[in-house]
Design a protein around this ligand. Structure first.
Ligand code: 5GP
Ligand code: ZN
Length: 140
């Protein structure tokens, strides 16, 4: 689908909703997030509507990834960030709230308030191996 009339990001692409655009090319547009996690938080979207990572066309995904890399480079160079998180949420269970594929480019600054949303700790090796077997399709 190239545009969804009910999609707010399609409306931004069509100029029907305002956005502060920071980068664009043939396949992508990048604009500032209205609820920034840190200073400079931007979103990269494909011009063609697709719901999420599972449905985006490979050429659009490639273009979005390259645009995210461009922004990551600028975040370091122009904003003086110390790092960057590049995040995609796929599905409501994974925090996706806008169902037009997008990548968050979130500048990170030493001492900023963001924290990992999980507590790293050792997993059960048997369970890790079982999940791996399912992931690589060898459990049939
Ligand atoms: P998600 O939760 O789907 O991963 O990310 C959606 C993002 O879109 C959120 O960070 C939210 O702040 C941002 N957002 C939602 N509505 C608008 C809007 O109308 N304009 C802009 N610029 N960002 C939006
Ligand atoms: Zn859309």
């Amino acid at each position: 689908m190239s545009a969804d009339p009910d999609c707010i990001f399609c409306k931004i692409l069509a100029g029907e909703l305002p956005a502060t655009i920071v980068d664009q090319d043939e396949h992508t547009v990048s604009f500032m997030d209205i609820h920034p996690a840190t200073r400079g938080h931007a979103l990269v979207i494909p011009r063609a509507h697709s719901r999420d990572l599972l449905s985006i066309e490979p050429n659009d995904l490639e273009a979005v990834a390259l645009a995210a890399k461009r922004l990551a480079e600028r975040v370091n160079e122009y904003l003086g960030a110390d790092g960057v998180n590049v995040i995609n949420s796929c599905g409501a269970a994974a925090w996706q709230t806008v169902f037009h594929f997008h990548i968050h480019v979130i500048p990170r600054y030493k001492g900023d308030p963001l924290r990992l949303p999980w507590v790293p700790g050792p997993g059960d090796p048997v369970e890790i191996a079982a999940a791996a077997a399912q992931l690589n399709g060898s459990t049939d």
